[in-house]
Design a protein. Structure first.
Length: 94
């Protein structure tokens, strides 16, 4: 299994309960075939440029271990989740 880091930016209009449920949803997805090491909520921050008509977003950082096959499924879920306005998944060097 490889180590990965993923940052998602959630739309600023999402309520706190909605943010918690999204974090739980993605953590459960990762845990199904991998292991979440940490989830860091970085809070609402101003974006460098407008993304989907938003000037700010709620940042969440996931550190996890997973098999490479899981990454495609995780990114697919990010794409189809309307509340996620931007994301990136990066493989960390061991």
């Amino acid at each position: 299994m490889n180590k990965y880091e993923s940052i998602i930016i959630i739309s600023p209009v999402v309520e706190e309960e909605g943010i918690k449920s999204l974090i739980t949803k993605f953590s459960d997805l990762i845990n199904s075939e991998g292991k979440v090491e940490s989830v860091e909520e970085m809070g609402k921050r101003k974006l460098a440029y407008e993304v989907k008509k938003n000037k700010e977003g709620y940042y969440v950082l996931f550190n996890f271990e997973a098999k490479p096959e899981l990454i495609a499924e995780l990114e697919r879920n990010y794409r189809i989740t309307d509340e996620v306005i931007k994301f990136i998944v990066v493989r960390k060097e061991n």
